[in-house]
Write a protein that binds this ligand. Structure first.
Ligand code: HEM
Length: 501
């Protein structure tokens, strides 16, 4: 019996090797070479299940190639972390992000086949272009920022009424409320706690929805609740809606998308907005508060550069916060550099000869994992793997520092195609972190103190993975920050000086 089982197993292994060999020999010789999995046929799948996107780090250790193929039978993912190539990829029209937006509207937005077909070509390009324009610095973004900032202030003030918080849970609520107010107006759809909950339940089920799995329908039911609220919202859009939401609605409707499909498409923006901002805020606060000296330096910097006294308390000047608080901005970006674990995605929409030598075949995917770039000592120096909160602080006169190229810092995607909301999201994270630093003491409720490397969810979809376990913190008010706080937005043209551009 044992002998038959061994023979059977050997047969399966031999067949798997033969399949792997044959499939790889069907590739065009100009395609990037395949990195063979340890276990033929299923090895890469097992690798992804075990390590998530970190699997690319392991796979790339088996090759010196600047671009390679991770193939599972006929499905090919071309992978590169060579900044020389990522730059060309981002500029290519045939290596596109568009199909994922289309797919998101179908899978997550559940739009009709007509809308899916229409949301293509010029309409899709116009939609992305107007989104970028509406989120660029200017008076419309100031108005959006002010609503977001006022709500952030409310959230931090509310935190002070609690003796203890769970940091991730608090960040989830604060970000949805602040971002929601910025995007949709003060009376936004997620003001209702039931709809905020429904949005997060939907979010948890999104990976399953990608492959049609939601056996109890919990995610679909939650999504239906969000859709219903968005239907009512778009029938009666408030005056304080942001330009991005107004523009997107106009483009969709002018492009022939019916009312129902338009509000469903609009509701999928929550997929991009909240799940990325929440862990970025969580880790920024975590990294700063777990280093008392850094926290003190940031408190002094913000207080001296971006805070004014008023009759009743203090005013936070957001323009100064964005442009003059270099240590805060540096610690935030170092958090992104060291914790980012995502890959930038593209789809090959036409056969493409990249750099005149690598053939990428239509219908396959292209992934650009950021981690190997963010951890590369040739780019970041011998201390690349160390968290250095001062790494992004601009050099002072007479000091020589290697310039950080935008193509080396990828939490927003690789230039020139990046997250259109990076100024908005960064402003939000800086405001909330600054208000916390100035007004609140946060210390771990557990006697163990701050853990240096808490476990994270390796299969997470957001750009920064979430911690496996939430962190319980004691909250006390800082005497130095006692008083009434207000926020001013300041000069319209100011930008957060992000290393990504
Ligand atoms: C810290 C927070 C955020 C991070 C790290 C982040 C990151 C990203 C990344 C990596 C991409 C893909 C870019 C590419 O590969 O070309 C992206 C796309 C996008 N993000 Fe963000 N994002 C954040 C917050 C937001 C927010 C708050 C919004 C909405 C207000 C938003 C809206 C979008 C949209 C609409 C796209 C698709 C762009 C397109 O049309 O091509 N993001 N984001």
């Amino acid at each position: 019996m044992l002998r038959e089982a061994s023979l059977g197993l050997a047969g399966v292994v031999i067949i798997a090797y033969v399949i792997e060999f044959l499939v790889s020999h069907l590739d065009d010789p100009r395609e990037p070479r395949r990195v063979p999995p340890r276990i033929p046929v299923i090895g890469h799948i097992l690798g992804f299940l075990r390590h998530g996107f970190d699997y690319y780090n392991l796979a790339s250790q088996n090759t010196d190639a600047e671009i390679y193929t991770v193939g599972i039978m006929n499905l090919k993912v071309y992978v590169t972390h060579a900044t020389r190539l990522t730059h060309m990829i981002q500029r290519s029209k045939t290596l596109s992000f568009g199909p994922f937006l289309q797919l998101s509207s179908k899978v997550h937005g559940n739009v009709s086949d007509e809308a899916h077909a229409l949301f293509n070509g010029d309409l899709l390009e116009d939609f992305s272009l107007r989104t970028r324009e509406a989120l660029a610095p200017g008076p419309h973004l100031d108005a959006q920022n002010l609503r977001m900032a006022d709500q952030s202030l409310i959230e931090v003030t509310d935190m002070l009424k609690q003796g203890e918080i769970q940091l991730l849970e608090w960040a989830r609520h604060a970000v949805v409320q602040a971002t929601g107010a910025g995007l949709y107006g003060v009376q936004h759809p997620f003001k209702d706690p039931e709809i905020e909950d429904a949005m997060w339940i939907w979010d948890e089920h999104r990976p399953g929805h990608m492959i049609g799995i939601d056996p109890l329908g919990k995610g679909y039911n939650a999504r239906a609740k969000v859709f219903e609220t968005f239907r009512e919202y778009f029938q009666n859009m408030p005056d304080d809606v942001s330009l991005i939401i107004r523009q997107r609605q106009k483009i969709l409707r002018d492009g022939g998308i019916c009312e129902e499909d338009a509000y469903k498409m609009q509701s999928t923006l929550s997929d991009a907005a909240y799940p990325n901002t929440v862990p970025t805020l969580f880790w920024t606060v975590y990294e700063i508060y777990s280093r008392p000296e850094l926290l003190e330096a940031i408190r002094q910097e913000i207080f001296s550069k971006a805070v004014r006294k008023s009759d009743e308390g203090f005013i936070l000047d957001v323009a100064a916060l964005k442009t003059e608080c270099h240590i805060l901005l540096s610690a935030y970006q170092e958090t992104q550099r060291t914790r980012h674990s995502q890959v930038a995605f593209r789809m090959v929409v036409e056969d493409t000869l990249l750099d005149g030598q690598y053939l990428l075949k239509k219908g396959n995917y292209l992934h650009m994992p950021a981690k190997p770039i963010h951890e590369n000592p040739k780019i970041w120096g011998p201390q690349a793997s160390v968290f250095d909160p001062y790494r992004f602080v601009p050099a002072v006169a007479g000091e020589s520092r290697a310039k950080i190229l935008p193509s080396s810092f990828l939490p927003w995607g690789a230039p020139p195609h990046m997250c259109p909301a990076r100024q908005f999201a960064s402003t939000e994270i800086l405001i909330i972190t600054a208000l916390l630093a100035l007004r609140v003491n946060l210390t771990p409720a557990s006697a163990k103190g701050w853990e240096r490397e808490p476990a994270v969810k390796s299969m997470d979809i957001p750009t920064l993975p979430r911690p496996r376990k939430d962190v319980r913190l004691k909250v006390t008010a800082r005497e130095e920050g006692a008083g009434i706080w207000a926020i001013i937005i300041g000069e319209s043209k100011t930008r957060v000086s992000l290393a990504s551009g």
